[in-house]
Design a protein around this ligand. Structure first.
Ligand code: EPU
Length: 441
């Protein structure tokens, strides 16, 4: 089978989508489950490539981690028997780095390869390393082997202030702090709903974690325990992808089982763009195209801001909007890889300078004045897109190109389907259920 989708676009997509579990909770909760001295059952885990990669990686470390039913995973960390994460598989997924925490918990010393993940900018982990050191760990990187070597000989302790917010970094240090010497405080922490879902899982299992805005305190516990399965949050990124997919084709969509607070910022922007939104606790969200889409501007930011993962999808919607829309990406460098691909379909997009603000403050990555960045685009619409041959470079850009193919008149080939499938469960089935014409080549 080729690693590509063939899409025949130009049809209005309508229907209802049942969301899968959130990838960015599933991966972290699976790793956290290795900290228990028992079997842990996790429900609503999406059957996606990133999860399968992680389960494989954990199995290579000697522990049990497998799907026992369609979306149920059982993890048992008691049989962990290696403190070295496999280089090849570890470097494929970014969260492999987080395996450091259960390995340090069990062996006090471990080796973990430089993490992989989508190539959206340089993605350093300096804030995490600094945090680990502040809490008492020793960490060194060996550039010859590509491995980090970490040691934790005493219980962690202290207070750490993230110089800038980091989502996985916050979750990493929460896990590291669970079995501390004394209360550990993290300042300037991430406020993502996925982070709170991980905290919920841990607190329901005996952890003592409290959030007060960006301040998180973790009081020490001896062990984690739970008797019942944990069901993870629905995926807000998937919700946004499918909402935009339907709306960019001038259709309508109902998205079930998602709490309004997860989509608040998105809904605000969608209303600004002149799109219809109805919400009732029974029918949940219904998004519907009215007569036209209005150009509107976004800048990405950590929660509660407009999420960086939504921005690439949003760009396709704006190709169908009346007028000029601007997108400023503040969270990641290099998250506009899709621009050249959308241009191949006839989209009118140009790179623009960011508003005159202090870039060191404005961006959430480590800004280097000697580097050239492209962090802003202007999209002029509406444009009739036509089919083409496109290449996926990262997960969210992948969904963006699939949406664009479904909007475009005619046939498109989208190469790199497996990159999209790292994060979207049953993508083809879901698109087909809305009336889209998409097949694996
Ligand atoms: N950063 C540093 N140093 C660090 C940590 C982060 O410079 O030590 C930079 C990053 O390079 C980035 C910014 O800080 O420019 C924010 O990064 P963050 O750590 O918050 O992101 P992440 O934890 O690596 C997670 C999700 C992303 C999502 C972001 C923002 C997972 C596995 N990944 O990434 O999801 O976009 O938070 O919410 O949870 C995706 O699902 O496609 C995806 C990329």
């Amino acid at each position: 089978m080729e690693d590509a989708y063939i899409i025949k676009g130009g049809k209005r997509l309508n229907g209802t989508i049942k969301l899968s579990g959130a990838k960015n909770v599933a991966l972290k909760v699976i790793i956290a489950a290795l900290l228990f001295d028992q079997e842990v059952t996790l429900k609503n885990i999406p059957h996606i490539v990133d999860v399968q990669e992680l389960l494989h990686l954990i199995q290579l470390l000697g522990a049990k981690a497998q799907f026992v039913e369609k979306n149920t995973v059982v993890v048992d960390g008691r049989s962990l028997n290696s403190n070295k994460v496999d280089f090849l598989h570890g470097s494929k997924i970014r969260v492999s780095f987080m395996l450091m925490v259960p390995l340090l918990h069990k062996f006090q010393m471990c080796y973990v390869p430089n993490p992989g993940g989508c190539r959206i900018g340089s993605r350093p982990i300096d804030r995490i390393i600094e945090g680990m050191k502040t809490l008492g760990a020793k960490v060194d990187y060996d550039s010859d082997t590509g491995f980090y070597e970490a040691e934790l000989n005493d219980k962690p302790a202290g207070t750490y202030t993230f110089p800038k917010v980091t989502h996985t970094g916050t979750e990493f240090l929460i896990l590291l702090s669970l079995f501390g010497k004394d209360r550990i405080t993290l300042h300037n922490s991430a406020e993502e709903p996925e982070t709170d879902n991980l905290i919920l899982f841990l607190n329901q299992s005996g952890a003592k974690i409290e959030r007060n805005g960006k301040k998180i305190t973790i009081d020490p516990i001896k062990s984690l325990k739970r008797d019942n399965p944990f069901e993870i949050l629905p995926d807000r990124n998937e919700a946004v992808t499918f909402a935009i997919l339907a709306l960019a084709t001038k259709g309508e969509i109902t998205i079930s089982e998602i709490s309004p607070s997860l989509l608040e910022t998105f809904v605000k922007k969608i209303k600004e763009a002149g799109i219809g939104v109805a919400y009732t606790p029974k029918t949940m969200f219904r998004f519907y195209f009215k007569s036209f889409v209005k150009a509107s501007h976004i800048e990405t930011a950590p929660h509660p801001g407009f999420m960086t993962d939504w921005q690439p999808n949003w760009a396709v919607l704006m190709t169908q909007a009346q007028g000029e829309s601007y997108i400023y990406e503040r969270v990641f460098e290099n998250r506009f890889s899709y621009v050249g691909e959308l241009r191949k379909l006839g989209a009118e997009i140009e790179f623009v300078k960011i508003p005159p603000k202090d870039p060191k403050e404005y961006f959430f990555f480590n800004f280097d004045p000697n580097k050239k960045y492209n962090q802003g685009i202007k999209i002029t619409g509406p444009q009739t897109l036509h089919g083409g041959v496109l290449n996926i470079t990262d997960l969210r850009a992948g969904a963006t190109l699939a949406i664009a193919g479904l909007v475009a008149q005619g046939e498109s080939v989208i190469n790199g389907a497996s990159i999209l499938e790292r994060g979207y469960e049953n993508f083809i089935d879901k698109v087909t259920s809305l009336g889209g014409d998409i097949q694996r080549a």
